[in-house]
Design a binder for this molecule. Structure first.
Ligand code: ADP
Length: 686
């Protein structure tokens, strides 16, 4: 400890506490308001001063005009680690941390020079060991006997500063978490009035801070129909409970979203001061869950349908097979009567056609589902076309036993206005499906079919098939258009069928840019309708008659004609031989493409019936090669590949016509005759 002269220090005491005697005196004397003057009192004051400064938990120091310490108290020694002797005569700013030295110099000197600088400030000092301590300093100017001295006191605020820093750090953590959280967060009063929101809240709901602060969170984002529920949840949290729920909420632009909500109270010293809510957008998850649920239901449905489809198919295929196999065996009887023979062959033929229909349906369905179905554009007269369909249906009705049904056809256009462009084969397929169903599901009454012109936005034709049959229950009217579905799916159902016809027909209509629907009354009858866009044309078609199942080769005389049949399947060859030899034509058979080319080169072939799927060189390639050296030989492709695009490929390869297996004999004979005439192999006059 160093002291200037005692007198000076005593003067200093007096200058601070002019009217208060030393605490040491107080036990013996009452507070003396008079200024003490004798030596004894001076000693006591000095003692009091010393006792006070020694025991103070604050630093006390005095520096002179030069800025050098002339006094430091023990607490300052302890705080700085410097002994009083080490500090003596050093400049008061030397122990100040470099960060604050400038500040201290300016303020300290300014004080000394009588400037008006604030005297309280916080600064860092550097201890002897090099540690940093914070002190809250108060420096004032005292005038002792004309000498201006700096008198400083200071509190050690290192712990406070540390706590403040900690607080700042924690606050920064929280603010960052709040602001950058991927969840939308809102802090509200216990009553649900918004106090703050984070950035994600703005991003998710579209509201800015200004738009929400002071408003009720429920009124802002709960849709009308969820408001009561939302308010109940706010009340629950206000009563100190946590909630975790999922709900629908509304964005600023009105869009509804699915959110998960977590609400919880914020408590300080056991008092609930606010509430926070965390919102997470789960719209995609909910959507995904819904899709998964739909997919699961569909998979279960598909599984169920698959089983019923297999059972159904098995039944549908076995029934005609049963007839085909059974009646074929009966044909072996050498004593069979010609009438029976005719009847059995007819049955076998009919059942085989039925089987073929099932196969065609399955192929069509897979084409529709894979989007590979192509619609062709044929020019034809709709009225003539419907006349033919009428006669085929009439024929069907005649063959259906015990039915009392009248058939009517209504045409919506005059014959000369009815030339249209559409896919004739597909249109025929759709009408045939609907009419066959009408025949199948009607016992008596009538079947009316036809079309009318719709003159709306874009002209359309609306076709209909109306019957007075069993009708369809309302709840089944939609599903019958789904594949494999039937209105009666029980094991004991009365009517057979695969449940494919309507789904194919609808698919075909949609492929033609139309629509299909049904109106039906259970027990009374049904009307199936569909539209297709109308494309009229002035071009007139040639009338081609649909063939019935009977044929006659008598009409054809090809005695001087040589027909080359390129076919690797023996039974198919035999069938063609049986049909063609009745025309008087000479028939040559080859089994592959190379043999066919050789035969054409060496013989005078008038027409070729070319199978497409041949071993080695395909029928298309063989045709191309034949046409390379002789363009004048007509080639008819005959194939089990029955898709329209297969036809196009063969026609591009050079074939002149195309016929699908199983071969319709009349059609084949017609086609051969037409080509023989076209290529002038026979005369066009009959
Ligand atoms: P299928 O006739 O082979 O069962 P469809 O797809 O053609 O398959 O028809 C599906 C179902 O729609 C039929 O099983 C039947 O229940 C119902 N249906 C179709 N047409 C009619 C109709 N004209 N009258 C009553 N029910 C019909």
């Amino acid at each position: 400890m160093f002291y200037g002269n005692i007198k000076k220090l005593n003067d200093i005491w007096k200058s601070f506490f002019p009217f208060i005697s030393s605490p040491l005196l107080r036990g013996r004397e009452q507070v003396n308001t008079e200024i003490p003057s004798d030596n004894k009192i001076i000693d006591e004051q000095q003692l009091t001063w010393q006792c006070l400064t020694d025991n103070l938990k604050s630093i006390v120091f005095i520096f002179n005009q030069e800025g050098r310490y002339i006094y430091v108290n023990p607490f300052m020694e302890m705080l700085t680690g410097f002994a009083a002797s080490e500090l003596k005569e050093s400049f008061f700013y030397e122990i100040v941390h470099p960060d604050h030295q400038q500040l201290v110099k300016e303020r300290g000197y300014a004080r000394l020079k009588g400037g008006d600088m604030p005297s309280n400030y916080e600064l860092k000092i550097k201890t002897k060991e090099g540690n940093v301590k914070w002190v809250e300093l108060s420096v004032s100017l005292i005038n002792i006997k004309g000498e201006a001295l700096g008198f400083g006191t200071g509190l050690d605020i290192t712990d406070k500063k540390f706590a403040e820093k900690q607080l700042k750090v924690e606050r920064a953590y929280l603010e960052n978490l709040f602001d950058n959280s991927p969840e939308a967060i809102v802090v509200t009063s216990n009553q649900g009035i918004v106090r703050s929101i984070n950035k994600e809240f703005t991003r998710l709901f579209g509201f800015t801070e200004e738009e929400v602060i002071g408003h009720s969170i429920d009124s802002l984002i709960a849709p009308e129909n969820q408001l009561t529920e939302a308010k109940n949840e706010t009340d629950t949290v206000a009563r100190g409970y946590r909630i975790s729920t999922e709900a629908v909420r509304r964005k600023k632009d009105g869009t509804l979203i699915n959110v998960s909500i977590l609400g919880a109270p914020i408590e300080v010293d056991d008092e609930q001061i606010a509430v926070y809510g965390i919102y997470r957008d789960i719209t995609r998850r909910i959507q995904y869950q819904k899709e998964m649920e739909d997919a699961r239901r569909k998979a279960e449905e598909a599984d169920r349908l698959k089983s019923s489809f297999l059972a159904n198919m098995s039944h549908e295929i076995r029934t005609p097979m049963n007839a085909i196999i059974g009646f074929s065996r009966l044909l072996k009887d050498p004593n069979i009567h010609p009438e029976q023979l005719y009847e059995y062959v007819n049955i076998i033929n009919g059942r085989a056609n039925h089987l073929l229909q099932i196969i065609n349906d399955i192929i069509d369905l897979s084409k529709i589902e894979s989007g590979e179905l192509r619609v062709s554009e044929d020019v034809f007269n709709l009225n003539h076309f419907l006349d033919e369909i009428y006669s085929v249906t009439l024929n069907e009705l005649e063959q259906a036993c015990n039915k009392e049904i009248n058939l009517f056809l209504n045409k919506g256009l005059k014959d000369d206005e009815a030339n249209i462009v559409a896919d004739k084969t597909r249109l025929q397929q759709i009408l045939h499906n609907l009419l066959s169903n009408a025949v199948k599901y009607t016992q008596k009454g009538y079947i009316k079919f036809g079309y009318k012109l719709l003159n709306g936005k874009g002209r359309k034709l609306e076709f209909y098939v109306c019957d007075t049959g069993i009708g369809i229950k309302e709840e089944k009217q939609k599903i019958i258009f789904d594949r494999f579905r039937q209105s009666d799916e029980s094991k004991t159902r009365e009517f057979g069928g695969t449940g494919l016809g309507l789904s194919i027909s609808k698919g075909l209509v949609e492929n033609m840019n139309g629509e299909m629907w049904v109106n039906s009354q259970y027990g009374k009858g049904s009307v199936f309708s569909f539209t297709i866009p109308l494309k009229s044309t002035d071009v007139k078609d040639k009338i081609v008659t649909l063939h019935d199942n009977n044929y006659s080769t008598m009409a054809y005389n090809w005695e001087n004609i040589q027909i080359l049949v390129v076919e690797d399947d023996i039974l198919s060859s035999k069938f063609l031989e049986a049909v063609l030899e009745e025309t008087g034509a000479k028939i040559i058979f080859t089994k592959d493409g190379n043999q066919a080319i050789e035969t054409v080169k060496k013989n005078n072939v008038d027409v070729v019936l070319m199978d497409i799927q041949l071993p080695g060189m395909s029928g298309n390639k063989t045709t191309r090669k034949i046409k390379e050296f002789d363009k004048n030989i007509p080639v008819i492709a005959q194939t089990a590949h029955a898709m329209p695009e297969d036809k196009n490929i063969s026609m591009e390869a050079g074939c002149d016509d195309y016929i699908t297996k199983p071969i319709d004999i009349n059609m084949l004979l017609d086609k051969i005759e037409a080509l023989l005439k076209k290529f002038k192999k026979i005369s066009s006059q009959k």
